[in-house]
Design a protein around this ligand. Structure first.
Ligand code: ZN
Length: 94
């Protein structure tokens, strides 16, 4: 089974249901490709669920990943091309 979406019904949720929620674009420094990532941690959960589009131009794989929740950055591997994907800490707004 290869899921493309996080198994959460967002239509029933509000921000208060999440410990952590972020949408981010991710760039591949080598090729300059751009992907996207959504990271959510549900309240009462210690697992970060990540829905992503691989930033590699030739890949563009859409998939999900999960990992124990810790502070960013989040590092994981693309399920298709196995390249390392890093979701950086949110930069401070100036
Ligand atoms: Zn990939």
């Amino acid at each position: 089974m290869c899921a493309e979406k996080i198994d959460i019904d967002f239509s029933n949720k509000t921000m208060a249901d999440f410990r952590y929620y972020t949408k981010r674009s991710i760039t591949d420094k080598r090729t300059g490709g751009v992907g996207r990532a959504l990271v959510v941690v549900e309240k009462g959960s210690d697992t970060a669920q990540i829905e992503y589009t691989c930033p590699k131009a030739k890949c563009g794989h859409k998939g999900v990943a999960s990992m124990p929740f810790k502070r960013p950055p989040f590092n994981f591997e693309c399920g298709s091309c196995k390249s390392k994907i890093k979701i950086d800490k949110l930069k401070k707004a100036v």
